[in-house]
Design a protein. Sequence first.
Length: 111
Amino acid sequence: MAPQEVLGGFEHQVLLAIARLDGETYTVPIVLELQERTGREVASASVFVTLRRLEKRGYLSSRVAPASPGQVGRPRRMFRLEPAGIAALVEAREALQSLWAGVALKDAAGR
């Protein structure tokens, strides 16, 4: 990955959420996963914009899934993690592990 393609923090979280959701999902489960894992409110619009940006970079692909019987609302755009997205996650993990190697932080109590 070229330096200008380093994952941003939120991009990293979105890709990890998709990986946790078995690699193909739509916006709502991604938002819920992020909220559950981070303990923060997440705007669906922010997730959708990030998904489209990651798709342009080749980290994700998408398709419009046909509505299932009884489904309310619009058809869902399903996003799938692509090999380039997996590679970006692996590279980001390795970079962070390398940065953390040898770092010993103490908590607020000095332990």
